[in-house]
Design a protein around this ligand. Structure first.
Ligand SMILES: [Zn+2]
Length: 191
C-alpha cells in the first residue's frame, strides 16, 4: 500500500470515529501568537508541546530552517497576515539545534538536482537571470544568529507594526529545552 492510500484509509476511520472532536477549536489563536519554526520531523509535535501549546493556541508557520528567505515571500506574508488579519498579537521565531539547514552544502544540493535530471543549462540560465542559488538554497552556520537575523527582517520590515513583540527562541530537538534568544517585550516600541 502506498503512503497516499494509507492516508486516505486512515482518514475515513478518523472521520467516522469522530476523532476530530478532540481537535475542535476556532481559527483565532487562543494564545494570540503566530510562530515560525522549522519543518524538522522531530518538531512536528515537539515544537508546540514543549511550549505548552495545544491545537488552536497558535498560528504555525513552518519551513526549512525557520527562515524568512525574502521580505516579500510567503513566510513574511504569513507573519504579517497573522498579525493584521488572523488574531495574533505576538510573533515567535524558533530555530533549533542540529538543524538540517545549518551548514547545508549548496553544491551538494545542486549536484543531487543534476543527478535527478535538472540540466546544467537550466541552472546557468537561472544564475544569469540574477537568481542567487547559493542564497536561495543556502542555510546558516549559527542558529542563534539566524534567529536574530530573522527577527531583524521582521522588525525592519516597512509593513511591520513595531508595537508587536517578536520573541526569539532556540529549541533542543532531543529534550525540548528552549533557550531564550530575544525577549520581544524588551524591544517593543509602544504607540
Ligand atoms: Zn531545522
Amino acid at each position: 500500500m502506498t503512503l497516499l492510500e494509507d492516508i486516505l484509509n486512515y482518514n475515513v476511520r478518523f472521520v467516522e470515529d469522530k476523532e476530530y472532536e478532540n481537535y475542535k477549536t476556532s481559527k483565532v489563536p487562543t494564545m494570540k501568537a503566530v510562530m515560525l519554526t522549522c519543518m524538522d520531523t522531530r518538531l512536528v509535535e515537539l515544537s508546540t508541546k514543549a511550549l505548552g501549546f495545544k491545537n488552536g493556541d497558535v498560528k504555525l508557520v513552518k519551513n526549512a530552517g525557520a527562515t524568512i528567505s525574502h521580505p516579500y515571500g510567503s513566510t513574511m506574508r504569513s507573519l504579517l497576515v497573522g498579525i493584521y488579519a488572523l488574531g495574533a498579537e505576538e510573533i515567535i521565531i524558533m530555530g533549533h539545534k542540529d538543524c538540517g539547514m545549518g551548514g547545508i552544502d549548496v553544491d551538494t544540493v545542486l549536484g543531487t538536482m543534476k543527478e535527478r535530471g535538472i540540466k546544467e543549462e537550466t541552472i546557468a540560465i537561472l544564475e544569469h537571470s540574477g537568481i542567487d542559488l547559493n542564497h536561495f538554497l543556502g542555510g546558516f552556520s549559527d542558529v542563534r544568529e539566524n534567529v536574530r537575523a530573522n527577527i531583524d527582517i521582521v522588525y525592519n520590515h516597512p509593513l511591520f507594526d513595531k508595537s508587536v513583540p517578536v520573541h526569539g527562541l532556540v529549541i533542543d530537538p532531543h529534550t525540548g529545552e528552549v533557550e531564550l534568544i530575544q525577549d520581544g517585550y524588551a524591544k517593543v516600541i509602544s504607540k
